[in-house]
Ligand binder design. Structure first.
Ligand code: AMP
Length: 284
């Protein structure tokens, strides 16, 4: 992969990397298309990275279908499908890990303490292997996108990080490989995430500024489905992920909800209608 990347770079080609864990869906393919538009050569990696799964998480159960993934990528004009093994990525004696101090202290990092260190580590490795000019990540995993952007800045990695909007099913459910775990009958519970976010966006657009009020409405919507068990419902600063109590600027709402054996996440920007009066300057 490095030799290929070096050859492309010598020929003046612009390289894009789309890291994935496979079991591809239309969300992944939207990232590939964006990469295609922004670069000459597109590398898609499929690697179910063991170091980002904690004990008792779904590493073994994670859905895989390499033949289907290959077919989907073949129709997208991907130049290289990079499929490292766990043994190649973490050979005997491997002992280095990239960690961040603050971003993982929020949202998913609290219930998945090793997750973002594993993500940061594998992403920096993939960047050094595929040597891309840009790498595309989905806003679906908003905290992951922030962690990657922060790491790239902090470690002076010479790569542009591009964020791509969340692709949803027609009923609003954010596409995810983990949706494969949903049993029939769990769809209404799974749909509470996008419904709660859409309701919150409407409340804020209509002038509600109290995060606690918006969160309470979301919690009661989610709890109306007995199978939906909340991990967190947060309204936070879109850069630091610190809690926000008054929505007087664009913020991010993020949710994690367990439905059966799936842990689903989703997020959305909440944008207040007008800047607060204090920020409008002098009134005539
Ligand atoms: P994964 O295979 O779940 O690790 O995801 C690989 C990349 O695809 C990550 O950058 C995700 O944020 C992105 N992704 C996953 N689901 C979606 C979606 N529904 N819409 C857009 N991007 C997504």
């Amino acid at each position: 992969m490095q030799a290929q990347a070096d050859a492309w770079r010598r020929a003046g080609r612009r390289i894009a990397l789309v890291p994935t864990m496979g079991f591809l869906h239309a969300g992944h393919l939207s990232l590939v298309r964006l990469a295609r538009e922004m670069a000459d050569k597109v590398v898609v990696s499929i690697f179910v990275n063991p170091t980002q799964f904690g004990p008792g998480e779904d590493l073994e159960a994670y859905p895989r279908d390499l033949e289907r993934d290959r077919r989907l990528l073949a129709t997208e004009g991907v130049d290289t499908l990079f499929l490292p093994s766990a043994g190649e990525m973490y050979p005997e004696g491997y002992q280095t890990r990239v960690t961040l101090d603050r971003l993982p202290q929020h949202l998913c990092g609290l219930s998945r303490p090793v997750h973002f260190g594993g993500v940061a580590t594998v992403v920096v490795k993939l960047i050094h292997i595929a040597k891309p000019h840009l790498a595309v990540f989905g806003e679906k995993d908003y905290q992951q996108l922030l962690v990657v952007r922060r790491m790239v800045r902090d470690l002076n990695l010479d790569v542009e990080i591009v964020g791509a909007p969340t692709v949803r099913e027609a009923d609003g459910l954010a596409m995810s490989s983990r949706n494969a775990y949903l049993a029939e009958g769990q769809r209404p519970a799974a749909l509470t995430l996008s419904r709660a976010l859409t309701q919150a966006r409407q409340q804020v657009a209509a002038g509600e500024r109290q995060a606690a009020v918006v969160i309470a409405s979301a919690v009661s919507m989610i709890q109306s489905e007995a199978e939906a068990i909340i991990d967190y419902v947060k309204i936070c600063d879109p850069e630091t992920l610190e809690d926000v109590s008054v929505i007087d600027r664009p913020v991010r709402m993020a949710l994690a909800v367990r439905v059966g054996r799936s842990r689903l996440i989703d997020n959305m920007a909440l944008v207040p209608p007008n800047p607060p009066e204090s920020a409008q300057g002098e009134t005539p």
